[in-house]
Design a protein around this ligand. Sequence first.
Ligand SMILES: Nc1ncnc2c1ncn2[C@@H]1O[C@H](COP(=O)(O)OP(=O)(O)OP(=O)(O)O)[C@@H](O)[C@H]1O
Length: 255
Amino acid sequence: MNTATATKSAARVADAVKVYGRGDTAVRALDGVDVTFPAGRFTAIMGPSGSGKSTLMHCAAGLDTLTSGSAFIGDTELGKLDDRRLTLLRRDRIGFVFQAFNLVPTLTVAENITLPLDLAGGRNGRSAGEWTDALIDVVGLRDRLHHRPAELSGGQQQRVAVARAFAGRPDVVFADEPTGNLDSRSGEEVLNLLGRAVRRMDRTVVMVTHDPVAAAHADEVVFLADGRLVDRMESPTADKVLDRMKAFDSKGAPA
Ligand SMILES: Nc1ncnc2c1ncn2[C@@H]1O[C@H](COP(=O)(O)OP(=O)(O)OP(=O)(O)O)[C@@H](O)[C@H]1O
C-alpha cells in the first residue's frame, strides 16, 4: 500500500450525529460516527437497510448537514462554509454518481460529460481537454459522443455519469448505489470503471451499496449498523462481505 496517499484524507467525518425529526418521532440516523475516506482509495459503505449509509454519504458530501460533529473534504470543514462556498465546493471538489443516472436529457453524451467543467468555466486549457479525452476512452464511449441519453442503454448512461463525475478531477467521487438500476453485467462494467479510475488515475471513490459483489470491488468496506460504524474490512471479497452481513441478520448489530 502506498502510505503517502493512504494516510491523506479525501473526506472524513468526526463524531458525526444526524437526528431527523424531534421529540417522540426523532430518528438518530448517525450516532457518533468517526470515519476517514483515504485519498487514492475505493471505499464501500455497507450495512443493513436504515443503518445510515445514505445519511453518512450525504453529510460527508455536503448535501445535508450534521446535527453535531464535523465533516471535512480534505482540510475544509463543511460546517464552516456559507451556502455559496458549499455550493462551489460541491461543484469543484466533489463528483457524484447516483442510482438514477441523472443525465441532462437534452444534452449529448459529450456535453453531459463536460458539463461540470463548463459550469466551472474551466474547459479551456489543454490538460482539461486531455483529461476528458482519456476519460472518454476509459468509459468506452467514443462512438456514442453525439448521442443523447435516451438513445443509450442504462449501463451506457451510467458510464456517462461516471465520466461526468470524474471530469472536473474532484478530490472525491461519491456514488450512491451506482449499480442499483443495472443488470449484473452492466453493473460489473460500472464497478470496474470506478476501480480503474482509482487505481490507474489516482482518484478517490466512496460508494454506498447493498450488494456484496459491488462492495468486493472496493479496497476497503466500512460497515454501519444503527447509525454506528461497527466494522471495517480490507481487501474484501463478496463471500467475506456476505458473511459479515449475515452476522447482522442473525445476531443484530454488535455492541
Ligand atoms: N429525511 C428523513 N426524515 C426522517 N427520517 C429519515 C430521513 N432520511 C432517513 N431517515 C431515517 O434515518 C435512518 C437512516 O436512513 P438512511 O437512508 O441513511 O439508511 P440507509 O442505510 O441508507 O438505508 P437503505 O439501505 O434502506 O437505503 C432510517 O431509520 C431512516 O428511516
